[in-house]
Design a protein around this ligand. Structure first.
Ligand code: AMP
Length: 269
């Protein structure tokens, strides 16, 4: 595995290659990331992974500071997976092209995480935009766990780059709680609470799928999970094609964001 600290150096190496897969991450790698990388390795001749904890997508600086980082373990995982290229850019390297990063999100897209984390997706789209502008990958591999992120990347960046998006399924611990770097900040008890909440929402999803009138039970579900976690930030059912509220049995998706102590988790079912 070749490690690059500069986007320009990586560019020189990979932009002459035809079938490159790109997996952007914030590190602290887990089975979700590993599955993205395996997808890329299967589909592409060369795989680039990036590790960059992007400050502009954290709406609180304390959250940026305490975000889990574990480069030593990440390197072990990536070497074992035989990843070809790893990019670990500095903040200055990414932000030197500030102009590329100015992305404005419409008010009507300020829903779910975009509503509760002001500036978050502007930060995400900004950094993805810099990466895609520079790394001419054939595919970018993204996890369905961050459903709204994929929706906004497609909407705001989709026609700016030739890179195609490959959406990868959410990998779950015990078939329940989605793997997340933030899980490393959870106590054992809160891991159990997260598992319970995931199971409740998954069951609710299946209930609605079998009988759509059960959608009215959402307030009971909100009450149930609010008794397990510290705070439910949102629990909403939306149309998975356009994230609007016109839903039916075939197009609905449940979105949740909640806190376990001070750790914020998101998921969708
Ligand atoms: P992050 O490091 O959290 O920014 O995530 C990097 C990529 O991994 C994003 O495309 C995420 O959607 C994806 N990802 C995170 N968690 C999971 C998971 N449990 N299963 C599949 N993909 C995931």
């Amino acid at each position: 595995m070749i490690i690059f600290k500069s986007i320009n150096k990586l560019k020189e190496k990979v932009n002459i290659m035809a079938n490159v897969g790109f997996v952007p991450t914030m590190g602290s790698l887990h089975k979700g990331h590993i599955s993205l990388i395996k997808n890329s390795k299967q589909k592409c001749t060369k795989t680039v992974v990036s590790i960059f904890v992007n400050p502009s997508q954290f709406n609180k600086s304390s959250d940026f500071r305490k975000y889990p980082r574990n480069l030593k373990n990440d390197l072990k995982i990536l070497k074992k997976l035989k990843v070809d290229y790893l990019l670990i850019p500095s903040i200055n390297d990414v932000y030197k092209t500030k102009k590329q990063m100015k992305i404005k999100i419409n008010n009507k897209d300020k829903i779910l995480c975009s509503k509760y984390r002001p500036g978050h997706f502007e930060g995400v789209l900004g950094v993805i935009s810099v990466f895609l502008k520079n790394i001419k990958a054939k595919y970018i591999f993204l996890g369905n766990k961050d459903f709204q992120q994929i929706y906004l990347i497609k909407k705001y960046l989709g026609n700016k780059f030739k890179t195609s998006i490959v959406v990868c399924k959410t990998i779950r611990f015990k078939n329940s709680l989605a793997y997340s770097s933030r899980n490393k900040l959870l106590s054992k008890k809160n891991i159990k609470n997260g598992i319970m909440i995931s199971n409740i929402i998954k069951k609710f999803h299946d209930l609605i799928f079998n009988d759509f009138s059960k959608i009215n039970e959402i307030e009971n579900i909100r009450y149930k999970i609010s008794n397990i976690c510290t705070r439910v930030e949102y629990l909403e059912i939306r149309n998975k094609k356009n994230l609007k509220q016109n839903i039916n049995k075939n197009n609905f998706k449940i979105f949740v964001a909640y806190y376990l102590d001070n750790v914020r988790l998101i998921d969708n079912f």
